[in-house]
Design a protein around this ligand. Structure first.
Ligand code: TYM
Length: 346
């Protein structure tokens, strides 16, 4: 369980979240993260959103691909509705305080905490000895991302739950070790909601993922209308008959539950509401409706992304401004940390 504290943080509430510039964004990234970012911005939250290129190099990237991939994620954030004037959108490597705080946190986090991380086990596979040290240390960098802004809330998909708990443990231990109660907030996840865990279209027990070799397992944000419709039509269901009438009936049907969840997340409805409309109907009715809804919601974003990428000057200007704004928040905090740790003051 995460550590708790006697003295709690009393600074302002602030959101931080990040997305890796590796491969294409998919529907899971959209519903678990991007859509939430835009909704939170529109609800008035102060938010800092980051393209995490330092995280991306924990795995080898194709030569010369990093900057283009970074621009794509920035475009997706803007196309999904993040406004670079209202929110802060920037590229991680342009704010050097992330790496400095990571080193300090490396000396706060414990080996045993990192050894428990399931994502490292998954990504390093059978040959963990040959994984980069960076891949092992990845969650510490993630803690530094959040805490270098003293962010209090972190919207992410469910797969990031364990990393967030590590961030809380790092914050609590730093506060305790340096005897500065309430210095860092213990950041909370904003995870709930129907989009938190979107599954593969080919296997309802596996999450939709960039790294799945089967292209038909996911809907990419850049897929065209026909491709989206085809992938939904071919999505796996089961042989248990028509659409379930209730959430209980749906429970043993993971593929169907995933499609209903996607519909609910896209439409801003609950699973119950979707079943009230489609329960008892055939997939020949439900799947085309889902495809139409997905195209309706995603195509304006895809179009906007393409438009931004055609003339990247707007993206690049937004990232430059974002880096300035992010640095302005992070610099005083890293200075405070340097004093707390007791480094030599020049
Ligand atoms: P990344 O780049 O893998 O994913 C970006 C966001 O998409 C969410 N997500 C999903 N949500 C629902 N269903 C899915 N199938 C699905 N797949 C991915 C992720 O949960 C995430 O919110 N370590 C992070 C990036 C990061 C970060 C941070 C996040 C670095 N520093 C600080 C928050 C705060 C990652 O690799 O996300």
């Amino acid at each position: 369980a995460a550590m708790t504290e006697q003295v709690s943080y009393s600074g302002p509430q602030r959101i931080f979240s990040g997305i890796q510039p590796t491969g294409n964004l998919h529907l899971g990234n959209y519903l678990g993260a991007l859509k939430k970012f835009a909704d939170l911005q529109d609800a008035g939250w102060e938010g800092i959103y980051c393209v995490v290129d330092l995280h991306a190099i924990t795995m080898p990237q194709p030569k010369g691909a990093l900057a283009d991939q970074t621009r794509q994620i920035a475009a997706a954030m803007m196309a999904a509705g993040l406004d670079p004037d209202t929110s802060t959108i920037f590229v991680q490597s342009s704010v050097r305080a992330h790496t400095e705080l990571t080193w300090i946190f490396n000396c706060v986090a414990r080996m045993g905490w990192l050894e428990k991380m399931t994502q490292f086990k998954d990504k390093s596979g059978k040959d963990a000895e040959r994984a980069s040290v960076g891949l092992f240390d990845y969650p510490v960098l993630q803690a530094a991302d959040i805490l270098v802004y003293k962010a209090t809330h972190v919207p992410v998909g469910e797969d990031q739950k364990q990393h967030l708990e590590l961030s809380r443990n790092v914050a609590a231990r730093f506060n305790q070790q340096y005897d500065v109660p309430g210095f860092f907030p213990l950041p909370e996840g904003l995870i709930e909601g129907p989009g938190a865990r979107i599954m593969s279209l080919k296997d309802g027990t596996k999450k939709m993922s960039k790294s799945d070799p089967a292209e038909t397992s996911r809907i990419n944000l850049i897929d065209d209308t026909d491709t989206i419709a085809k992938k939904i039509k071919k999505a796996k269901t089961d042989t248990l008959g028509d659409m379930p009438e209730t959430v209980e009936e749906m429970a043993p049907r993971p593929e169907v539950a995933n499609l209903v969840g996607i519909y609910a997340a896209l439409a801003g409805m609950s699973d119950e509401q979707v079943l009230a409309e489609y329960g008892g109907k055939g997939f020949g009715t439900f799947k085309p409706a889902l495809a139409e809804l997905a195209v309706e919601k995603l195509s304006p974003i895809t179009q906007k992304m393409r438009q931004l990428l055609d003339d990247p000057a707007e993206i690049d200007a937004a990232m430059a401004k974002g880096a300035e704004k992010a640095n302005a928040v992070a610099e005083p905090i890293i200075e405070e940390v340097r004093r707390v740790v007791g480094f030599w003051q020049v």
